[in-house]
Design a protein around this ligand. Structure first.
Ligand code: NAD
Length: 477
């Protein structure tokens, strides 16, 4: 489909603005330009922060019923234009139209949950008389917004991961400046439009399009920005954490998630779920299944079934309903992943299927016999490649699952309660899914990782905890 190159504006404190310098957004499927967005400068970001100072005051004073009303209206706006939002995600990113539609539905949910959580910004009374001498004291704490939040988001869920920051920020009375991924800014701009149409007062939200190293840096280091809520890779997250100084940090980083399949598992269920978990969004999913540890008695059967289903996966144009998997975000990324695969094969891995690349498209790829210390087995692949390992026991599966620098989520397929509990206790991750793949998530659960997978939790209610501070009040009667 030939698409007109639209000149998109960015959302600076309630105003839609253009700039002479622009960034071209392209469709990774064919490299066609689909839109341009302003290449914001440091000055633009400073202006957004200045406006957010006033915005934070307005936001904090906005009564909760009004915040709820605005967030619900933004969700209604998206609901009315669901297909338009889905096409935007599918054009600028890697997702197929079916995957994009699911993301839009999730975004609406995230906003509706945010509105509901607005009602639950609750504090507690404190029994001050628990220490002697305070018999006459009475008090409580309540939650106060932190002020200005800087949000930096990745390309792979360009709408819902932005909603996971804006929804909780508005619900809890903060101002927020979003720096969306440079390659996928259009979905975030549409989300800003939804909030603007919903009547969000000026200054509470800005979406500043630009390059991470330039505008991102200004946001991260600005002393008036009280929190950085970052979702992205470990390397960028580490760099940001070093520069941010005395601020709250929420770091939702990458992973190379493990799934364990035991002898007693329902193999059909395990294969269906792990194939989908490995190749969703062409494997560009922080929760994506990367390493599968299968008990040796069922390893051959599991592998045969897994490879058969993988081969049935249809790569193709993202806007066709029949397409199962789209391209990676660009050709450079596809080449990077292809190299990791070839390097593993040189080190002794067996290519069970896939491995061929055409432009930004890489076939869904399955590797077995990967040496445990190969880069591909230790680092995050972030592409449509999955590694299958035979293991002797649950113990070995758990130890190997943990033997990496990441820990976002894990999955285990078994019907043995005891085995499931052992995995839950010992897996070093932020979430364990029993009889589901590592990529299972709902938007209201606490979500985040340990080790190199990050700091803090998202999942509306938990994001609100990070975005507020308790203020203690004590009456000396
Ligand atoms: P990335 O780290 O390259 O970029 C993320 C964001 O940071 C982008 O907006 C980018 O422009 C910005 N950025 C880059 N350099 C910066 C700098 N110096 N200062 C400030 N901002 C800067 O990540 P990506 O390639 O967009 O996304 C993929 C990564 O995100 C993967 O590692 C994936 O696992 C992770 N991810 C994590 C989660 C989660 O919730 N844990 C969700 C989705 C993606």
């Amino acid at each position: 489909m030939k698409v007109r190159v639209a000149q998109r504006k960015m959302f600076l404190a309630g105003k839609w603005v253009t700039r002479d310098q622009t960034i071209t957004v392209t469709n990774p499927e064919n490299n066609e330009a689909i839109a341009t967005v302003p290449a914001a400068t440091k000055e633009d970001m400073l202006e957004a922060v200045q406006a957010a100072k006033k915005g934070a005051v307005v936001s904090a004073k906005l009564p909760v019923f009004k915040r709820i009303e605005i967030i619900q209206l933004a969700a209604d706006f998206i609901e009315e234009q669901q297909e338009d939002f889905a096409v935007t995600i599918a054009l600028e990113g890697s997702k197929t139209i079916r995957e994009a539609r699911k993301e839009v539905a999730r975004c609406i949910q995230t906003l509706r949950i945010s509105a509901e959580e607005g009602r639950r910004l609750e504090g507690k009374t404190i029994p001050f008389d628990q220490s002697s001498g305070n018999e006459n004291r009475l008090g409580y704490y309540s939650l106060f917004p932190i002020g200005i939040i800087g949000a930096i988001t990745p390309f792979n869920d360009p709408l819902n991961l932005v909603a996971h920051k804006i929804g909780p920020a508005v619900a809890s009375g903060n101002a927020i400046i979003v720096k969306p991924a440079t390659v996928t800014p259009l979905s975030a701009l549409k989300l800003a439009d939804a909030f603007s149409q919903a009547g969000l007062p000026d200054g509470i939200l800005s979406v500043i399009t630009g390059r991470g190293s330039e505008v991102g840096d200004t946001l991260v280091t600005h002393p008036d920005v009280r929190m950085i809520s970052f979702t992205g890779g470990l390397e960028t997250g580490t760099e940001i954490a070093k520069k941010a100084g005395l601020k709250k940090l929420s770091m939702e980083l990458g992973s190379n998630s493990p799934v364990i399949v035991l002898n007693d598992a329902n193999l059909n269920q395990a294969v269906d779920s792990t194939v989908s978990g490995a190749f969703w969004a062409a494997g560009q999913n922080c929760l994506g299944v990367q390493r599968i540890y299968v008990e040796k008695d069922v390893f051959e059967r599991f592998t045969a079934q897994f490879v058969e289903q993988t081969k049935a996966y249809r790569k193709g144009s993202k806007l066709f309903d029949s397409t199962d998997m789209g391209p990676l975000i660009n050709e450079r990324e596809a080449i990077r992943v292809e190299k990791l695969v070839n390097e593993a094969i040189k080190q002794g891995a067996t290519l069970a299927c896939g491995g061929n690349r055409e432009g930004a498209y890489l076939e869904p790829t399955v590797l077995t016999n990967v040496p445990p210390n190969a880069t591909i087995a230790k680092e995050e692949i972030f592409g449509p490649v999955v590694l299958l390992f035979a293991v002797n026991s649950l113990q070995e599966a758990i130890e190997r699952s943990n033997d990496v620098n990441y820990g976002l989520q894990a999955g285990i397929f078994t019907n043995h309660l005891q085995a499931a509990f052992e995995a839950i206790q010992r897996l070093d991750v932020g979430g364990v899914m029993v009889n589901d793949s590592s990529d299972f998530r709902i938007d209201s659960m606490p979500f985040g990782g340990v080790k190199g997978s990050g700091l803090g939790r998202e999942g509306v209610k938990y994001a609100i905890q990070e975005m507020t501070e308790p203020k203690v009040v004590c009456f000396n009667l």
